[in-house]
Design a protein around this ligand. Structure first.
Ligand SMILES: NC(=O)c1ccc[n+]([C@@H]2O[C@H](COP(=O)([O-])OP(=O)(O)OC[C@H]3O[C@@H](n4cnc5c(N)ncnc54)[C@H](O)[C@@H]3O)[C@@H](O)[C@H]2O)c1
Length: 247
């Protein structure tokens, strides 16, 4: 892997997968801005301890004005923007019959409209650099369709379509667009929601690799997708789920 220093934005970097993505990219020598509605003190402390460069920005990725301001802040601080990791997302288990229109809109707004707003605001800077990596965090649910995650599955399947169409829109400009689809990863939020009530055991039993997926199982794919040598990889959904869905 090559080691040009780039500027990255990771949304939802306060905890969970987003925190691991931010720590990983900073560890590669990239300057990283974490965007979250919550405190990113833990992420900042981990990156500082490893000698990396991190700028926490408090921003709601569903607010177009705040997103524009956050892009300006990053570009002013770091002078450029090259990598966007659309990671912030929610996955509340709700039975389909009980899903209200507000539930539906809340899930699609953060998981699908958020990446649209962030990517559109960031894109002029990737274009100006003539190099970019847009990485959308989806989920293996797009292949599996669990019955209590209809809104969530719809939002992530939408993000797969976004990934493919946008890859065609920006492919001539040195910018790749890919999706990473983890299985069930042992973040605190997953443990409280999808993983509760034996969820981890059930998913483990469906995998070719019979252990619980951790954030470390996903970061190597992020490194690969963001690598300088991965410019011919685009429009793809890389399924990192221990083999529970062979697609
Ligand atoms: N954990 C899993 O099992 C799993 C599996 C597949 C895909 N994913 C996806 O990975 C991503 C991260 O999952 P996680 O388990 O790490 O979640 P998490 O709950 O640990 O982290 C999500 C982060 O997003 C932030 N956030 C929420 N709303 C926001 C907003 N409006 N603006 C900015 N930030 C906001 C939260 O504050 C939080 O820090 C999500 O997109 C999720 O759908 C997770």
């Amino acid at each position: 892997m090559s080691s040009t220093s780039r500027v990255a934005v990771v949304t939802g970097a306060a905890r969970g997968l987003g925190q691991e993505f931010a720590v990983t990219l900073a560890g590669l020598g990239h300057r990283v801005a974490g965007w979250d509605v919550d405190s990113q003190a833990e992420t900042a402390a981990r990156i500082a301890a490893a000698g990396g460069e991190f700028r926490p920005v408090t921003v709601d990725v569903t607010d177009p004005v705040a997103v524009e301001a956050a892009v300006d802040e990053v570009v002013t601080a770091f002078g450029a923007l090259h990598i966007v990791v659309n990671n912030a997302g929610i996955y509340p288990p709700i039975a389909f019959e009980e899903t209200t229109v507000d539930d539906w809109r809340r899930v699609l707004r953060l998981n699908l409209e958020g990446p649209f707003l962030v990517t559109q605001a960031a894109l002029p800077h990737l274009r100006a650099a003539g190099w970019g990596r847009i990485v959308n965090i989806v989920s293996a649910v797009v292949f599996l369709g669990p019955p209590d995650l209809v809104a969530y599955t719809t939002s992530k399947a939408g993000l797969v379509g976004f990934t493919r169409a946008l890859a065609n829109a920006v492919g001539a400009e040195g910018i790749t667009v890919n999706a990473i689809s983890p299985g069930l990863v042992s973040t605190a939020t997953a443990a409280r929601t999808t993983g509760a009530g034996g969820g981890f055991e059930r998913v483990r039993a469906s995998q070719a690799v019979p252990r619980t997926e951790g954030p470390a199982d996903v970061v190597s794919t992020l490194r690969y997708v963001c690598d300088e040598g991965s410019g011919f990889l685009t429009g793809q959904t890389l399924n990192v789920d221990g083999g529970s869905a062979f697609r």
